[in-house]
Design a protein around this ligand. Structure first.
Ligand SMILES: [Zn+2]
Length: 468
């Protein structure tokens, strides 16, 4: 097929690599550049198709795309092609929907390593959305750390003017004074802190203020940092949840402890944005989550990243990981100073135990039939956007889910949670033509999602992030 058009405007990104031109990264950004016009019919034939619904894959599949949407799905030899359609041979490849990250963050860092207190700029957010998409993440929910300018960016995107991964936002989330989320007000002029209400009345007023922006979720942090910080009081989070529901908004909560998860579910929370990490989940939590349809976003890779840099990390040599990095960051991650600092963290044993518990609890909850979404908590320093989503899939499988279960969490279930199933999340007639083309079969080995051949967004082919 045609792989680009000399007349199109191509924006080239190069992550700086010091004096070592190890890897250059090129992102051709929608909608400036495309491989073909979406008004033409396009037939992709011969790939194995993972629909995202959980049904067994379709081999020798045919996907017909028109005007950015899937028109028909079928079997090679049994389909009538539209006249004049461009035919793309994808024999040997696998197609699956783009990933939906229900828990990410934007504008927290510029290089992935250092915090950027002034990082929530349109340029940085735009770059990060492009990066997510170049890694195959088609949708990201930015969960509670945005500045109010996020709503303009979301509007721009809905008007077709902001390329990259689809942006959903919880705007500014709810924490507690002197506690989670740590850090307090940003030290940058004009930037605003999360809400930190001290009474239920103030909490309700804050939710009403937030609701004027029409956020996609409300975020609450319920944690005490291993007992070192104050935790938001139940009467405050109950007021937030109740008022949010009155405003027609859904609430997701950062949790760590089983008791807090129970309290939140009892109070009507809609989703848990992390795994329960202090002890094994029990029948009481399972039955209440199921009865109320509360979903879980496991974020296993976030837990792994809290101690992984102290270990001999295999990620660091993964070409997909390196593709999104400045060379100086790779050097810093490998430096004895950084590794020694990571090893000196007195919380390491607790953090490793929390990761193990998160894994165990994910398997228990999934087996019990609790709704499992997909999210990584990528975006803050040392939690690398794009790569972390592939690593999360691997960890979900290591925890005992099948590759299909992990993929369904990251596709169909994510779209269901976003109320967007009619638009994306699965590959069926009428849906947006958003999918990954992979060189290998991730149902056989989940690591094969890393073998990105192309990314398609609304019927347009984009190059994946590549090391070359
Ligand atoms: Zn987060």
């Amino acid at each position: 097929m045609k792989t680009g058009d000399a007349s199109c405007t191509r924006r080239t990104y190069r992550w700086r690599r010091g004096s070592f031109p190890l890897v250059a990264v090129t992102l051709a950004l929608f909608p400036l550049c495309s491989a073909q016009t979406p008004t033409n019919s396009l037939v992709l034939e011969g790939a194995m198709l993972i629909v995202g619904s959980g049904r067994p894959p379709l081999s020798n599949a045919v996907l017909i795309i028109e005007e950015g949407r899937i028109r028909a799905v079928g079997k090679l030899g049994a389909m009538r092609y539209p006249e004049g359609a461009e035919i793309v041979n994808l024999r040997g490849k696998t197609i699956m929907p783009t990933l939906i990250n229900l828990h990410g963050h934007l504008g927290q860092t510029r290089d992935g390593f250092n915090e950027a207190p002034d990082g929530f700029t349109p340029e940085n957010v735009r770059d990060q959305l492009a990066k997510y998409l170049a890694y195959g993440v088609g949708t990201v929910v930015s969960l509670g750390t945005d500045q109010d300018s996020v709503y303009e960016l979301r509007d721009e995107q809905r008007a077709g003017e902001l390329p990259g991964a689809r942006l959903y936002t919880a705007g500014r989330g709810f924490g507690v004074k002197g506690g989670f989320p740590p850090g307090g007000p940003p030290k940058v002029k004009g930037a605003v802190d999360r809400y930190r209400p001290q009474t239920p009345e103030q909490a309700r007023a804050d939710v009403r203020e937030l609701a004027t922006h029409k956020p996609d979720f409300v975020k609450i942090w319920v944690d005490d940092g291993f007992g070192r910080m104050p935790k938001i009081e139940p009467e405050i989070y109950r007021a937030i949840i109740e008022e949010a529901h009155q405003q027609g908004l859904r609430v997701v909560a950062h949790v760590f402890y089983l008791q807090d998860a129970k309290g939140l579910v009892q109070a009507g929370v809609d989703g848990l944005a992390h795994s329960i990490r202090d002890q094994a989940v029990d029948a009481e939590l399972i039955s209440s989550m199921k009865a109320r349809g509360v979903f879980l976003i496991p974020t296993l890779v976030r837990e792994e990243s809290t101690f992984a840099y102290a270990d001999s990390l295999r990620w660091l040599d993964d070409p997909l990981f390196q593709a999104g990095l400045e060379f100086s960051v790779l050097t810093a991650l490998k430096s004895p100073a950084f590794v020694n600092k990571s090893r000196a963290n007195p919380d390491l044993p607790k953090l490793r135990a929390a990761f193990e518990m998160a894994n165990r609890n994910l398997k228990t909850l999934a087996q019990a039939g609790v709704k499992i979404g997909f999210g990584t908590d990528s975006g803050p320093p040392l939690r690398f956007q794009g790569f972390f989503e592939h690593r999360e899939l691997q960890l979900m499988v290591e925890s005992g889910l099948t590759p299909m279960q992990a993929i369904v969490a990251a596709t169909r279930t994510g779209a269901e949670i976003l109320g967007a199933s009619s638009e994306f999340g699965t590959l069926a007639p009428g849906k947006q033509a958003d999918f990954l083309v992979l060189d290998g079969d991730p149902l056989e080995d989940i690591h094969k999602t890393e073998e990105l051949s192309a990314i398609w967004q609304r019927g347009k082919r984009l190059p994946p992030i590549t090391a070359h």
